[in-house]
Design a protein around this ligand. Structure first.
Ligand code: PLP
Length: 357
């Protein structure tokens, strides 16, 4: 069976070595030695100055929205994983959707200003498939209208834009280290924030609002990552370069062998060093997509309809119609992409797609 992705499992002996450190320390959570070490290693690996590791990629979104959303209207993309929208609703804010760019698939920055009202407090945009939003335009709009910018960078591990880590952009940026993501800790995630005072708020928010036994700063929740998760992160991190290299080879093969007279590829933003995190293709029609999906499924190959349906159509969001996002969501399929996918398997996938178009 070939799925859209396959979790990377490092050699078990190497994971066991990390676990032994936990037993030696007799320390399982509350920011132990392994969590602190993983934060340090990620700062070096990503060339960033700040990171707060958390227990998944959704909690940092909720904390950012709690601190910056103020129960207001949040301008957001309808083309993302459902966590982006659900976090807004969960934090008692209102999602206000803005349609996407038809080729980059990120929020269409030229349509943001028309959606701003006196209740708008923030913009929450996704660097979908690791492809950066139009960061300069979004920053200019946010400054002009005094809005905060949160980036859901769940897909963007290792991406750089204009030579800087993608996590350096926005008031707050978040990432997911879920098992299906490019770098993972089983479950896990992080918040990135350069403003020291806001970073402090995010930090205490993820530890029940306090630091140590007596310093209480405000209301908080449990967003802590455990030593067991950090052990997985420390074991996987040395393999990230090899993971990206192997993915690039699959992507290069898809790019050169798929029939792009009938398929639309993802357009990567200029000045981006991409991470090969997903391989979406957009069909001319949903019927074509369904025919190709069936042909692949019949051969035990399971691509995924990331992201379908368009989030403005989900019952609890009550969104306006978003013609581009709805149309793309009906026609987009993410092809299998992971380190262990062999050339033979990639060739089979490509030929099954091309003959069924
Ligand atoms: C995976 C994902 C999340 C959620 O991350 P978890 O670690 O699973 O909580 C949020 N946003 C996007 C776009 C994602 O793909």
């Amino acid at each position: 069976m070939i799925n859209v992705t396959k979790t990377f499992f490092p050699p078990i002996e190497e994971y066991t070595e990390q676990l032994k450190r936990i037993w030696e320390n007799q320390w399982l959570t509350n920011r132990g030695q392994l969590v602190l070490e993983l934060e340090d290693k990620l700062k070096t690996h990503l060339n960033i100055s700040n990171i707060i590791l958390m227990n998944n990629g959704t909690i940092p979104l909720q904390i950012a929205l709690k601190l910056l959303g103020n129960g207001g209207e949040i301008i957001t993309t309808p083309f993302s994983y459902v966590a982006t929208t659900a976090a807004i609703v969960w934090e008692n804010c209102t999602p206000v959707f803005v349609d996407i760019h038809p080729e980059y698939l990120t929020i269409d920055e030229t349509k943001i200003e028309a959606a701003i009202t006196s209740k708008t407090t923030a913009i929450l945009a996704t660097h979908v498939f690791g492809n950066p939003c139009h960061i300069e335009a979004i920053e200019a709009i946010a400054q002009k209208h005094h809005l905060k910018v949160i980036y859901d960078a769940a897909h963007s591990f290792g991406v750089t834009y204009k030579g800087k880590s993608i996590f350096d952009y926005g008031d707050v940026s978040t990432c997911s280290f879920h098992a299906t993501k490019l770098f993972h800790t089983g479950e896990g995630g992080a918040a990135f924030c350069k403003d020291k005072s806001l970073e402090h708020q995010i930090f205490y928010s993820h530890t029940f609002g306090h630091l140590g036994p007596i310093d209480y700063y405000g209301v908080g929740i449990n967003g802590k990552i455990s030593e067991l998760q950090a052990a997985m992160g420390l074991t996987v991190l040395p393999y990230v370069a090899a993971i990206v290299k192997a993915r690039k080879e699959v992507v290069d093969f898809y790019n050169t062998h798929l029939d792009f007279s009938k398929l639309q590829p993802l357009k990567i933003r200029e000045n981006t060093q991409w991470n090969y995190s997903y391989y979406p293709v957009i069909f001319e029609t949903e019927e074509q997509l369904l025919a190709v999906q069936k042909a692949l499924n019949d051969n035990d190959i399971y691509p995924r309809r990331y992201f379908y349906p368009s989030l403005n159509t989900i019952e609890y969001t009550q969104g306006n119609s978003m013609p581009i996002s709805e149309s793309v969501a009906e026609r987009v399929l993410c092809l299998p992409l992971y380190k262990e996918l062999s050339r033979t398997e990639t060739e089979r996938i490509v030929s099954l797609i091309n003959i069924n178009l």
